[in-house]
Design a protein around this ligand. Sequence first.
Ligand SMILES: Cc1cc2nc3c(=O)[nH]c(=O)nc-3n(C[C@H](O)[C@H](O)[C@H](O)COP(=O)(O)OP(=O)(O)OC[C@H]3O[C@@H](n4cnc5c(N)ncnc54)[C@H](O)[C@@H]3O)c2cc1C
Length: 376
Amino acid sequence: MIYDFVVIGGGMAGVSVGAELAAHASVRVLEMESQPGYHSTGRSAALFAEAYGNKVIRSLTRASRAFFFAPPAAFTAQTLVNPRAVLFTAREGQAAQLEHLLDSSSQEIALERIAPAAAAELLPILRREELIGAAVDHNAADIEVHELLQGYLRELRRQGGILTSAAAVTRLSRHATNWQVETTSGTFEGKVVVNAAGAWAGAIAHLAGALPVGLTPLRRSACLIDGPANVSVAQWPMLIDAAEQFYLKPDAGRLLLSPADETPAPPGDAQPDDLDIAIAVDRLEEATTLKVSKIHHQWAGLRSFVSDRSPVTGYDPLQPGFFWHAALGGYGIQTAPALSRVAALLALKRPIEEDLLSHGVDTAELAPTRLAGPRA
Ligand SMILES: Cc1cc2nc3c(=O)[nH]c(=O)nc-3n(C[C@H](O)[C@H](O)[C@H](O)COP(=O)(O)OP(=O)(O)OC[C@H]3O[C@@H](n4cnc5c(N)ncnc54)[C@H](O)[C@@H]3O)c2cc1C
């Protein structure tokens, strides 16, 4: 069979765009691991925050809000998000970063400036005397990432799309107008190949002879720690320091702590570095009264970026029938509902729908062609 679309990658990007495409076309999603979501998608901090990321990300996040907060009944019977405030705090030397954050606040993204005393009331472990300013975003939320991915998998299958796991793409070649996609589980043929391979998207582009977009995977580490004894942390806000040196977020009765590291790393099964975890603990203990006595679990994942930190979504300028859906950085979960729709519309060569445009989504800012230059 010749598929309309062969999607490479069974993470949030591949599964969500596969589900959107399957409503209009035949789709086969190929995932090299034995289960979807094993890499970046399964390792995120699960945050939805409209104040996070650059202008392009913010538009896509705003355009995703309605789906997260009121998903279609056919997609899931469960909630996809649970409200969670995000508290940004500034200590000595971080005033400029806090002002920058507040400056970028707008009618759509209501960041509220609050006094250090109010911040310490919201999060009692903060060292009040160290704070020089704070802001709070009351419109953020925790995302149920597993349920979101499962919802897209159900949609994919309901519309006749197929996910094949344990199928690592090893070779791509073009015969007449179709692509031959060779994998460790057989060869598949498609009119269009969708490159949703996360940290491996650069390698897949290389196999196809597509544009080198300069994708860089950056490792980010995280761990789970306890809150103070006999204190429920469930309703605490997420804490991000204005210079993004660390963040702390309630997670299933414990606290997720990350040093917000961005270490270049090759595509692979990212592992946390003990030093990065130690740095996170150090920064947390400096900013709060919490003492970390035990790390329950630690992990790392890759966040892949191009130079302008916006996604790469659109047809490749060098290879016909090669479609990019990659470079989702640290935002691939919170932007998935809008970005997968934009990706599917572009791949199907259909106009972008009005609700997406009304949030400021601009496909030129996503197009791989923007990255074609002296490097290519
Ligand atoms: C610590 C951390 C915290 C984060 N926090 C947030 C957050 O709070 N909010 C948010 O929105 N985002 C967050 N992110 C970012 C988010 O996780 C990513 O943007 C998103 O998961 C990217 O999805 P993806 O499908 O592109 O990549 P992946 O999930 O990595 O999927 C790519 C898939 O392609 C497959 N693949 C690769 N090569 C091949 C091949 N040759 N053949 C077949 N399959 C192949 C891989 O096995 C993989 O499953 C975070 C990331 C990390 C690491």
